[in-house]
Ligand binder design. Structure first.
Ligand code: CO
Length: 496
């Protein structure tokens, strides 16, 4: 085959895989948004069938040899083709190291783990999930060995979610982050003494209206997107010009529903901002979970939790909830309330990364075999006491609160903290590049900021891995200082 024939067959296979992934995403969206509950088994069979087809197409020997040959001659390819071949080869190498038998064992353990956790968590029943989690940890350690690593077995797992990230680079950053957060936390949380959270009556229909209005102002567009409701908010891309987000509401406050929507809108704007002509290839795909999370959080936190955004919101709220008026200051206090709490997903901007550092430390020790699953609940509680000064009363509010480990995702948590660090670095640069950004936000003008994200982040797809991308944007390697600087400035007297 000539090089151009190889490229043709390479791209035509990627396009088949893209179609299969989109079909599977649609089945998944339907399952979480509209499917009747009794259809669950039939749907699982359909999705598994698609997954098997996709796996066969991705690992078929003919395709593999095309990828290997193109990789051999990578220097003679165009810059764009180089990125696509490099990334497909990287993923293929991982897939090839995991025997089919192992993959099915892992997927079995993950789905049993997930359903056991779902039933056991409300009952505070640690003993039923313990054996499942032991199995998942055992398989994850095996997975790290099969994939291979240079220094640390945890690297192999980290790299699955954040390509190129290593334990030896990440650990000192997270430990400095945790030290700095623990230093600034007491003063910041004292500032909120006496602030009680917003409580009122906000019917779901009006909250939906508010969320849609804000999402559209930020840049979401109903010509290429949908907003629906689901038990857990998520974003999924179904295909070209089809990105869907979901939200959920509590009747007594609009804050979690609104900020959940802003978060998912950020994910959606990233997906739709990827180069459309490269969809289905690495150049049209998100870099990593950490970068994806930076795109949701940059809207949610430095933008959404700012004083300027509260000015914008305080004008909008009475239009949506007639008779409800509030000042930007009061709103700022409600949305920013800092207080150590037990549940990660409800945490504020300052304590959130501490929840992640705790999980990362525990994961690493589980993978190294320094900590057994049997000792995990106590190790969890001890770290909460050490880092946040509170001790979970039970496992439901402790080690069993998150689904990740029980559904087989070890190495995933750090990407949440990376999202915060990346977005703080980007935000410093955006503020320098866009004069009067916060004034524009007061008036609900978000276009220039979105344009900045498109140019600096979205349009590159997977051209650069996370650390390289942030270096190109800011001139610096990943670090925690900008995030700490941001928090200090935000919670100082003048505030942002
Ligand atoms: Co997210």
């Amino acid at each position: 085959m000539t090089q151009s024939e190889k490229l043709e067959s390479f791209y035509s296979r990627l396009s088949e895989l893209y179609h299969l992934n989109c079909i599977s995403a649609l089945l998944g969206w339907d399952q979480r948004v509209c499917m009747p509950p009794a259809a669950v088994q039939g749907r699982a069979a359909q999705r598994e069938y698609i997954a098997v087809m996709a796996h066969r197409k991705a690992t078929d020997p003919e395709f593999c040899s095309v990828v290997d040959e193109l990789y051999q001659e990578i220097d003679s390819l165009s810059e764009d083709d180089q990125v696509n071949v490099r990334e497909v080869k990287r993923q293929l190498d991982i897939d090839r190291r995991l025997p089919e038998e192992f993959v099915s064992e892992m997927s079995q353990a993950s789905s049993v783990g997930y359903s056991t956790w779902q039933g056991a968590r409300p009952r505070n029943d640690w003993e039923s999930v313990r054996p499942q989690l032991e199995e998942i940890v055992k398989l994850s350690r095996q997975k790290a060995e099969l994939i291979g690593y240079q220094e640390h077995p945890y690297d192999a797992l980290l790299d699955l979610y954040e390509p190129g990230m290593t334990t030896s680079f990440l650990k000192p950053i997270l430990s400095k982050l945790a030290d700095d957060l623990r230093t600034i936390l007491p003063t910041i949380s004292r500032r909120f003494a006496g602030v009680s959270p917003l409580k009122g009556d906000f019917p779901e229909e009006t909250q939906k209206h508010l969320c849609q209005r804000v999402a559209l102002d930020l840049g979401f567009d109903l010509r290429w997107g949908r907003i629906d409701s689901s038990a857990h908010p998520f974003t999924t891309t179904i295909g070209p010009n089809d990105v869907r987000i979901t939200n959920r509401f509590s009747r007594d406050t609009f804050i979690p529903g609104l900020y959940g929507t802003i978060h998912e809108t950020g994910h959606a704007l990233y997906d739709i901002g990827l180069p459309q002509k490269w969809l289905g290839t690495p150049l049209g795909s998100p870099v990593s979970l950490g970068i994806h999370e930076s795109q949701s959080r940059i809207w949610e936190n430095p933008i959404g939790h700012s004083r300027a955004f509260c000015v914008y919101l305080s004008r909008l709220l009475p239009q949506v909830f007639p008779g409800f008026t509030t000042s930007p200051d009061e709103l700022w206090n409600w949305v920013n309330l800092v207080e150590p709490t037990l549940i990660r997903v409800d945490a504020d901007e300052v304590t959130y990364p501490l929840h992640i550092v705790i999980r990362t430390l525990l994961e690493e020790r589980l993978i190294l075999g320094e900590l057994t699953v049997a000792d995990l609940p106590e190790a969890w509680d001890d770290l909460y006491e050490e880092y946040l000064g509170i001790r979970p009363p039970d496992v439901k509010n402790g080690v069993m609160q998150d689904v990740h480990w029980y559904s087989g995702s070890i190495g995933y948590f750090p990407t949440y903290a990376l999202g915060n660090l990346y977005n703080a670095m980007m935000m410093e640069k955006a503020l320098a590049d866009i004069p009067g950004l916060y004034v524009k936000i007061e008036y609900g003008q978000f276009t220039e900021f979105l344009q900045w994200l498109r140019l600096n982040v979205h349009m590159h797809g997977m051209r650069y891995h996370g650390r390289e991308l942030i270096r190109r944007i800011t001139g610096k390697d990943l670090e925690s200082e900008p995030f700490i600087r941001y928090l200090k400035r935000k919670f100082s007297q003048e505030g942002i």
